[in-house]
Ligand binder design. Structure first.
Ligand code: PHE
Length: 457
């Protein structure tokens, strides 16, 4: 039987790595990491982040890529197949469903924030920040998010790009986009960080980021670190599983996972090095929350020579980082319907995009008309959170840890060592032992204890 859709396979290891790093490096690194670190005490958070990345996120990342390559299908069908092959309980198919639905939900708000990045290209090009102080950039930001139509306009453009790339196909769409865009992104972030070293607030920023104040570590810090780590390396939402499904058997999964996690962490830290010196130089609040990137960076772009160019390119690349992540959130959904429905990829991508677009209105309104609407407050939980806050909280703190835990247990306990080694193409390697130990004990205990701690706080 021939497949009704075009074969889906990366043409090289480089293409896979760029796609996977493109997925990992996104708003999570440049927009979210600095403000979550800022809200959680800087250095204390970054230390815990590094540790949980190594002990929990990295092993699960390798497990997820492996699961994808074992099934060669969308996450939902890969898990169905692996469950059948291994006579495992149906419960494990939750990995595919939870991840895919989670990806759909995340994309709905990701596209709204991605739209902000696009809008900021326009601000930067037109020199809107020239001479701005903190009050002025704040005013720009607040005026922008207060207008739901403006947010929907930019959300639509962002999703349009995303849908277009996915609709063209894996090799001619996704691969072609990431292979040229990612190297550019690396260069630009590095340039920005180098510039930040010349700022008066650089020293204070480094102390904030790298001084370790263990007294500030709470269970909530660890929960935030695990959630951010999962989000940042794109695990537990089916993205890496889908990308793994398109990966040739000759490529080493262990090595690839290390490269992806390292690149992702490095870019997050470099983003912090680029952003915090601005925060301290201008006497801003490092714990300012989600507005940090969109309010603090523009001050510099309005002040430095060549700021129009630098600012425009920065927001262009921030947008690109976001788009290369967004396509990896749409691909698991499209891959699945492509297997299930006899319709062209192009149509399916558009239909999925429209559904995501509509769900995104909840996030759009969270910043204006619904800013005082707290959907779960009547239930007495997550009070004070907007629709956007609730979606973000539930996916990051509940869906992703649950799916991550299940993947860890599935590869660690359900699959035998022989099966795993065969799928990896190695035999008797030392690292496989360490890795399985982490999947069987360390990662699950870490995730579960954080759950428990969080419930008890
Ligand atoms: N890793 C992306 C980021 O840091 C977000 C993402 C999460 C993308 C999960 C795909 C899957 O922005």
């Amino acid at each position: 039987m021939t497949t009704p859709f075009a074969p889906r396979q990366w043409s090289s290891r480089f293409a896979f790595l760029m796609a996977a790093i493109g997925s990992a490096v996104g708003l999570g690194n440049i927009w979210r990491f600095p403000y979550v670190a800022g809200e959680n005490g800087g250095g204390a958070f970054i230390l815990i982040y590094g540790l949980t990345m190594l002990a929990i996120a990295l092993p699960i990342l390798a497990a997820e890529i492996l699961l994808g390559r074992m099934g060669h299908k969308s996450p939902i069908n890969t898990m169905r197949q692996l469950v059948a092959e291994n006579r495992a309980a149906r419960l494990w198919t939750l990995i595919g469903w939870g991840g895919t639905i989670g990806a759909f939900v995340v994309l709905s708000y990701y596209a709204v924030i991605g739209g902000w990045a696009l809008k900021y290209i326009e601000f930067a090009i037109t020199g809107a920040f020239a001479g701005d102080d903190n009050a002025a950039t704040l005013a720009h930001f607040e005026a922008f998010v207060a207008d739901p139509w403006a947010l929907i306009f930019w959300q639509t453009i962002f999703l349009g790009f995303t849908v277009f790339i996915v609709s063209v196909g894996v090799t001619s769409g996704i691969e072609r986009a990431v292979v040229s865009l990612m190297p550019l992104l690396f260069l630009l972030i590095a340039g920005l960080a180098v510039y930040a070293t010349t700022m008066p607030g650089f020293g204070e920023a480094m102390r904030f980021m790298f001084d370790i104040r263990l007294s500030e570590v709470t269970p909530a810090t660890v929960l935030a670190a695990i959630g951010q780590g999962f989000f940042s390396v794109s695990i537990a939402l089916g993205a890496m599983m889908t990308y793994g499904a398109y990966l040739d058997r000759s490529v080493s999964i262990g090595r690839s996972a290390v490269i992806i996690a390292l690149a992702d962490t490095a870019i997050a830290v470099v983003a912090g090095i680029a952003i915090f010196p601005l925060v301290f130089t201008y006497g801003l609040e490092p714990s300012a929350g989600p507005g940090l990137t969109f309010i603090t960076l523009p001050i510099a772009f309005g002040t430095i020579g060549g700021g129009v160019l630098i600012g425009s390119v920065f927001f262009l690349l921030l947008s690109i980082a976001a788009i290369t992540s967004a396509i990896s959130l749409l691909e698991p959904v499209v891959a699945w319907v492509e297997e299930a429905v006899d319709m062209s990829r192009r149509k399916l991508a558009v239909i999925a995009g429209i559904l995501v677009w509509i769900l995104g209105f909840g996030t759009v309104l969270s910043f204006n008309h619904w800013s005082d609407f707290h959907p779960l407050a009547p239930l007495g939980i997550l009070a004070g959170m907007t629709v956007f806050d609730v979606l973000d909280y539930v996916v990051l703190n509940i869906v992703m840890p649950t799916v991550g835990l299940l993947m860890s247990l599935f590869v660690g306990w359900v699959l035998t060592r022989e099966k795993v080694e065969e799928a990896l193409g190695v035999s008797g390697a030392r690292w496989v032992g360490f890795w399985r130990f982490s999947l069987r004990f360390v990662a699950p205990l870490g995730v579960v204890s954080i759950f428990v701690a969080n419930v008890l706080i």
